[in-house]
Design a protein around this ligand. Sequence first.
Ligand SMILES: [Zn+2]
Length: 505
Amino acid sequence: MAADSVVDAIKVRMYRHGFGDCFLLSFMAQDRKVYSLMIDCGIKLNTSSETVPPEHMLADLRQQLTPADGDEPQLDALVATHEHWDHIAFFHPDRKWFDDFRIGSVWMGWTEDPDDKEAVQINSRLRKGARALQQAARKLRHNSSKKPAASRSKRETALAAFGDSIADIGEFYGLGLKSDSGISYRQDQKVSGQTQEAMEHICKLAKNSGGGARYLKPGTLVPAADLPAGVRIYVLGPPRDKLLNKSNPSGGDNRETYGEKKPAHFSLDGNGLGGFLQAMSPDQDNDEDNGNPFRKGVGVPVDKMSKDAWFRRTYMDKDQHYRNIDSDWLNIAARLALQLDGAVNNTSLVLAIEIIKTGSVLLFPGDAQVGSWLSWHQHEWTVGSGSRVRKVNAEELLNRTVLYKVSHHGSHNATLKDQGLEMMTHPDLVAMIPEQEKSYNGIIDKDLLKALNQQCRGRVIVSADRHHKPEDLTKQQSAQLTAAEWKRFKQKLHVDKVFVEYTVE
Ligand SMILES: [Zn+2]
């Protein structure tokens, strides 16, 4: 193999268009680009950036990918990590953004494979959950939209706020439940229709270019025939076992992530989910529904109860409040919403990209949460040939990671501690976080950000958060870096209004 075609560096361009992932990776051989890979292109619904309209991102992508002879833009491979709007929004067919791009092949997790029975089952369950969530949001709309905000009772205000938080999660599916007046809901809209259409369009784009889609399984390598010389790509997730369902850290001392040791999260088992889906199922709807969990005719209306001495003494009594179950179904809906969010995040395709010459690893986990990280450690990859065959495990890949694309925008449940970040011991470690302030509750998680800054010794690059600008990052030398390290970091970093680019060697 001629040295001038063996990859010796990868330029990682993170776009600054708001809350969402879009990464362009240019694989370089002696300063010449030999291969381009794009990972995701999305934005959270109903969010935007004041400084970087998405069209500026598209213009840059086109310019980067159009060959010198002026042909249409070319991408060797496209990765769609998982079916959330903030990762795939710009592939929606209505946008027509990438319709003239020539895309070599598309890579997705095995969970998207239409011929995989287990994947089909998982997706049907997730869609049922999304549908239930939409029903819950619709019921809440009845509660919150009838009265003007000023005349709502405490309970009605709480319900409205809760509806907003459900809608917030719905936005990851492009559900668009929320409007200026509260929650809006389009009857008969196909649940998750938007994200599903975007995913299907991605496959169509690849098919039109002749490459088709590859559904990747954990514990394997991306076939060498798909890659330039000098690069290996390890597939770490999504998990093929029950760890797919573990989104949150364990409780107490067993907590796998950063932050205080909190009690374990409630988890909806099959029965709980089933019951909720039944209660929410569309055939039990009627127009006079007032947000109650049960059908009309079941139970006693509140105004009737208040006239009854026995009810006044028992259910209505202040000291007996714990007997009320009025809001319990809402708690279940909230948990379902979060669980659904985590379950889809765990279907993220997780890739570790290795520059063979230097051993440097770039870790792109999508939005993988706790269970996915745990599952990476079950695998071993065989690499090399002849007498140089050897086994590689996740710990070694983490040890050699020099660029970590922070999972799930820096949430509290998507970067492991002992079996994750603490294993990223390479002195050159840099983290990239695609994130915008005030876009999602609890992001960036404070404890995680502290740990990242410690492990990367200040080299944490955030895309669109006003409080963590990459421009500020280059102004003052991190106290933890030597002068030589600081100089090297600045040389490899290119901060532009539309993107931040970092070069890994
Ligand atoms: Zn995301």
